[in-house]
Design a protein around this ligand. Sequence first.
Ligand code: GDP
Length: 162
Amino acid sequence: MIASKKIVLLGHFGVGKSSLIRRFVKNEFSDDYKVTIGVHISKKEIQLSDSESIALIIWDLEGQDDIHKTRASYLLGTSGFIYVFDLTRPETFKNLKTELRFIKENFPNIPIKVVGNKMDLVTKVYLKQFSVIFDQFVDYFVSAKSGSRVELLFSKLAKALI
Ligand code: GDP
């Protein structure tokens, strides 16, 4: 039997949550910006080893600039989180530490990966400086556009769920 786990992507409007899911599930990217209304759910099965697979049920929530406003009912039964911010828009990571504290306090022991998306739009020097400040809070820099580290992100989270 394949284990099925719910994961939820969190983060402000326009940071690339839907794009990361689309890249991971369909290996596609589009420059169009379609606002997610309510919730959109996708599913993808991944093979973790010769004997282990997992089905990820991926919830894409309507973006919230304040995590406290996220509907609690959407978060019920979540096994893992991906918190996404946009490396090009400081307002999407200026409250990163408080938002993460809020998630960890309310969902203790639930794995969470924190990613800075749109790395294709910033320089290596910028990423280096960013790492110095946010090192302990950020797991990966990713790009839904180029696909960089997207597979790695979802598979690392999936491994943390079993
Ligand atoms: P969401 O509101 O968090 O779901 O954000 P979307 O996935 O809808 O993305 C918002 C906008 O950012 C869209 O125009 C996307 O095409 C663009 N976008 C998303 N990810 C990337 C990325 O990695 N690089 C670039 N250059 N643009 C991106």
